[in-house]
Design a protein around this ligand. Structure first.
Ligand SMILES: [Zn+2]
Length: 404
């Protein structure tokens, strides 16, 4: 309970609830002001087409997790596995992942077909399949490591949840640190941005923002998608700013604005803060797991976490926790993203380019322009394009610039 309280207090104090200074004139978001009726209709049609496989996939995940948590299904499936306990843990993770993936695979194909219909995906089925299998393999490896630690501790220590909670915290930090150099290269090739005016401008921008940047990397995202994106990942020695190669099709001033936003994340240490809160959350999750195992042990036929068949209940609880925590994470993320937007506006003092960049992102990525409250809660890690554009107008009004 104490740890849960600490997480709430840290999240409450670290989240920039109010991004714009008090007294800023309010500009209501209005998609119709910046997007044509055709663009709004296309976004709505794309949203409707992707919603069906999206919600079905979510429903299946909940159903499967429910089965693992509330019935002896997991114990039955995993009871057939033979070998030393650690082999059964790894096999258990693999088998359960394979079962749920077999059901979800057609939904993934469906989703990908919509992306192709709308010209967003540039992949063929070979590339798509390899990507999907790699993603699953990464998931199996990470979950196996975690579950091996939990089951090993439960077999050795009576109060296993104490060292396991500390371990979960440490593993989260380690994973976030090594992710950019170990896992990201599995999916993309990265090269330093070539010498030239853009690189010089971006480095100058970083200097002006007082954010030390070793390098700006370009990811070969175009072999998978036409969507535009950039992000910061890692922290300390592995921190990097990554720009999709697709983004380089945009005018230089817009690329600079995107990078100015990413520099905001770097400046405020958003990745490190997110990792620390995530680590505390993982530790809290372990303790919750210990308590919930007591509650569901009669229903699932699993007496303790020392039983390798407990892999099923634990994976089920994990995926339910991920879904339940999502909307809260999104609320925090949207405020953190707004702060990075404000950083970009303050650094470039160019709300006009900010607006055209947001329009380009929304139109190219076919972003939802009129999210319903459920979608907004479940999926929106960023403010919507009309909200971000409205903020640029508020910034202009606050700083005595003409309305873009
Ligand atoms: Zn961002």
């Amino acid at each position: 309970m104490l740890l849960g309280l600490v997480i709430l207090v840290v999240a409450a104090f670290a989240t920039p609830w109010r991004v714009m200074p008090p007294g800023t004139p309010t500009v209501p978001p209005d998609a119709a002001r910046d997007f044509s009726a055709g663009e709004i209709a296309r976004a709505a049609a794309f949203d409707a087409a992707t919603s069906v496989p999206g919600y079905l996939s979510l429903g299946l995940t909940v159903l499967f997790a429910g089965l693992l948590v509330l019935t002896p299904f997991g114990a039955k499936v995993l009871g057939g596995l033979r070998g030393p306990w650690w082999v059964r843990v790894v096999l258990g993770v693999t088998v359960l992942t394979a079962i749920v993936e077999a059901v979800r695979w057609p939904l993934g194909v469906w989703y990908e077909m919509v992306l192709r219909d709308y010209g967003l995906s540039t992949q063929d089925w070979g590339g798509w399949t390899i990507d999907r299998l790699k993603g699953l393999a990464v998931g199996v490896v990470l979950q196996s490591v975690m579950l091996l630690v939990v089951v090993a501790l439960a077999r050795k220590v009576r109060r296993w949840w104490i060292p396991a909670a500390v371990g979960a915290f440490a593993l989260t930090l380690l994973a976030s640190f090594v992710y950019p150099v170990v896992f990201e290269p599995l999916f993309n090739d990265f090269r330093p941005m070539p010498q030239g005016a853009l690189r010089v401008n971006l480095m100058t921008l970083a200097e002006r923002a007082h954010v030390p940047v070793e390098d700006v990397l370009i990811a070969d995202a175009s072999r998978r998608t036409n969507a535009l994106n950039a992000y910061v990942s890692g922290f300390g020695a592995t921190r990097r700013i990554v720009v999709y190669d697709t983004l380089l099709r945009a005018p230089q001033s817009e690329v600079e604005l995107v990078v100015a936003h990413e520099l905001g994340h770097a400046k405020y240490g958003d990745v490190l803060a997110g990792t620390l809160v995530g680590g505390l959350g993982a530790a809290f999750g372990v303790i919750l797991l210990y308590l919930l195992l007591e509650v569901v042990r009669r229903r699932t036929g699993i007496v303790s976490a020392a039983d390798p068949r407990a892999v099923g209940v634990i994976m089920g609880l994990l995926s339910l926790a991920t879904i339940i925590v999502g909307p809260a994470q999104n609320v925090i993320s949207r405020h953190v993203e707004a702060r990075a937007d404000l950083h970009a506006l303050n650094l470039t003092k160019d709300p006009g380019t900010f607006l055209s960049m947001q329009k380009r992102l929304a139109i190219t990525n076919i972003s939802d322009l009129s999210l319903d409250p459920v979608e907004y809660a479940l999926y929106a890690s960023h403010p919507s394009a009309p909200e971000r554009i409205a903020m640029a107008r508020e910034w202009a009004a606050l700083n005595g610039q003409p309305q873009p």
